[in-house]
Design a protein around this ligand. Structure first.
Ligand SMILES: [Zn+2]
Length: 150
């Protein structure tokens, strides 16, 4: 199967850093899915607000590394990511169409920052270990739901 293994350039829309904003169930507007994901690492309102207002997804990620982590994060993170992806792709028609057009391609979040949970790191140290690629898996699942839903 053909693979898209780099979520940048033409495929930046697959990245949580892509500038596609969306509103959540409380009508809060999130600049990127990275903001949404990092913010929900914590249940402390003030910490979440700081991440919400971060000027870039990179900054949101930095702030997310410093929060008071919620107790159930080890499980909740998959739900939060899936929810964010659903919101992002349901509210941005253009990239929902682009996601559909990747049908037939395996989506693999190749990276070099040692993330072997959401993706698969290609550095010299990690390259022998296959990553779990949860981001790719959730995207492929969402793609299937979108295609089947039409
Ligand atoms: Zn690595």
């Amino acid at each position: 199967m053909k693979t898209i293994d780099n979520f940048s350039g033409n495929f930046l829309f697959l990245s949580n850093f892509s500038p596609h904003s969306f509103r959540d169930e409380t009508d809060t507007l999130w600049r990127t899915n990275e903001h949404y994901y990092q913010a929900w690492k914590t249940l402390k309102f003030s910490e979440r607000g700081r991440i919400w207002s971060a000027s870039s997804p990179g900054h949101a990620k930095q702030l997310g590394a410093e929060v008071t982590l919620r107790d159930d994060w080890v499980h909740a993170k998959f739900y939060v990511m899936e929810n964010g992806l659903n919101l992002k792709f349901s509210q941005n028609d253009y990239i929902r169409e682009l996601l559909k057009q990747t049908d037939g391609y395996h989506l693999l979040e190749g990276n070099y920052w040692h993330d072997n949970i959401w993706g698969d790191c290609n550095c010299d140290k990690c390259c022998k270990t296959p990553g779990s690629n949860w981001l790719g898996a959730l995207l492929m699942n969402l793609r299937k739901e979108i295609i089947n839903g039409e």
